[in-house]
Design a protein around this ligand. Sequence first.
Ligand SMILES: *[C@@H]1O[C@H](CO)[C@@H](O)[C@H](O)[C@H]1NC(C)=O
Ligand SMILES: *[C@@H]1O[C@H](CO)[C@@H](O)[C@H](O)[C@H]1NC(C)=O
Ligand SMILES: *[C@@H]1O[C@H](CO)[C@@H](O)[C@H](O)[C@H]1NC(C)=O
Ligand SMILES: *[C@@H]1O[C@H](CO)[C@@H](O)[C@H](O)[C@H]1NC(C)=O
Ligand SMILES: *[C@@H]1O[C@H](CO)[C@@H](O)[C@H](O)[C@H]1NC(C)=O
Ligand SMILES: *[C@@H]1O[C@H](CO)[C@@H](O)[C@H](O)[C@H]1NC(C)=O
Ligand SMILES: *[C@@H]1O[C@H](CO)[C@@H](O)[C@H](O)[C@H]1NC(C)=O
Length: 383
Amino acid sequence: MRVCGYCATSWNRLLVICLRLLFIVPAGLHVRSQGDSQSDNKVMDNVTVRQGETVFLSCSQGDVVTHTAWLNRSSILYAGVDKWSVDPRVSLVTFNRDEFTIKIENVDVSDEGLYVCAVQTSSRPRTTFVHIIVQVPPKIIDFSKDMVVNEGTNVTLMCLANGKPEPAINWRVHSLSGGSVGSDDEYLDIPSISRHKAGEYECMAANDIAADTRTLRLVVNYPPSVLGGRDIGVTLGQRGVLQCEADAVPAATFEWYRDDRRIFNGFDGIEINDSGTFSKLTLFNVSETDYGNYTCVAINKLGSANTSIVLYEVIEPTSSTLLQVETTSFLEMTSSALEQTATECSQLWEEPGAVQDGNSGTSGTYTSLCLLLILTLQLLLKF
Ligand SMILES: *[C@@H]1O[C@H](CO)[C@@H](O)[C@H](O)[C@H]1NC(C)=O
Ligand SMILES: *[C@@H]1O[C@H](CO)[C@@H](O)[C@H](O)[C@H]1NC(C)=O
Ligand SMILES: *[C@@H]1O[C@H](CO)[C@@H](O)[C@H](O)[C@H]1NC(C)=O
Ligand SMILES: *[C@@H]1O[C@H](CO)[C@@H](O)[C@H](O)[C@H]1NC(C)=O
Ligand SMILES: *[C@@H]1O[C@H](CO)[C@@H](O)[C@H](O)[C@H]1NC(C)=O
Ligand SMILES: *[C@@H]1O[C@H](CO)[C@@H](O)[C@H](O)[C@H]1NC(C)=O
Ligand SMILES: *[C@@H]1O[C@H](CO)[C@@H](O)[C@H](O)[C@H]1NC(C)=O
């Protein structure tokens, strides 16, 4: 006690040593020498707190307290009402006969550990242990950037995260070939990438408290392939449209050739319209010399592809109209002939007198023939 009286007027450093002697050493010796019945050690439950939050540390006093302190590991935060810690986040909340409470604001990972409340009463020493566990929401700290690669490249995506407890990683892919759950590794390997693996790659780092998500776009380049290219038949003087479609990343540019001669937009009576994956060559007034072989070439930086379209002449629409007229008149003729025969037949039918007067056998045969004729004509008309 005499030593401590000296301490109280000396430097902090010495006071710390002094208080350690006062609380920790005597308390420990006390416990060992006099047995557990004489001390009152209490192990508090672990206190779990999130980074940035405030934690309250409380211990009971009671009896006649001579000395009391809150320690962070072995350094004193508060000795009674005196603040020893230089940390502005630490402050006193309650100090009375029953309770000694301090708080630590804006808790960080470095605050995690064992805190001790050491109480020296007139009768026996008492210590309360509090283990502060600091939780940190996951944060993705290193993540691959958006990527543009060529088909066939080996791709590795990275997603590094921290947090407490250690976050679990989960990759999700939203690609042309649909969504899928990928690896749970920090590194996602895609060997020899195909065009179908292009898309959005999402990494989620999650622990008990929260989750962090990042997304990147993965573009896979590949050379063009040309689709379609159907030959087109157009009548002289009509509009002719040649269409070509290319699948490529990056999008293809198009070139049109007539045999070996390049055709440009704005050529007399010709317009070339490109829109994304399509190219359309329009001949506004097809002439005799326009018929022939056209080639559409799709090009991007990885290569090119082409297709040939033949523009051929079709018969004047007037000739087919004539044919139609002829067919119609034939049908009309047949139709009227049928009507006439039917009338004659029914006249025969409706005259029983004539049948009875003449040869009944001949008349019956004639009537049957009439009916057969009508049926045949009707059949003919259907076709
Ligand atoms: C408190 O946390 C420590 C360290 O994480 C652990 O060893 C101990 O079992 C925990 N105690 C309780 C009561 O949860
Ligand atoms: C507790 O001690 C650790 C280690 O010395 C230190 O990093 C931390 O800031 C201290 N926390 C408080 C609240 O004193
Ligand atoms: C891609 O990885 C395979 C093995 O996984 C290897 O054989 C190949 O050489 C790699 N290709 C490139 C371009 O690195
Ligand atoms: C081609 O594109 C231009 C401008 O985008 C448009 O005015 C024109 O009508 C298009 N021509 C054809 C034949 O689609
Ligand atoms: C198409 O061209 C022919 C001959 O060059 C011309 O007589 C005709 O008027 C043109 N038609 C149109 C719609 O421009
Ligand atoms: C059209 O031209 C291309 C290349 O010039 C050729 O490969 C193709 O056989 C030709 N098609 C026809 C029908 O002549
Ligand atoms: C069209 O493609 C063939 C190979 O598929 C190539 O030999 C030819 O040169 C190409 N034509 C043009 C005009 O690019």
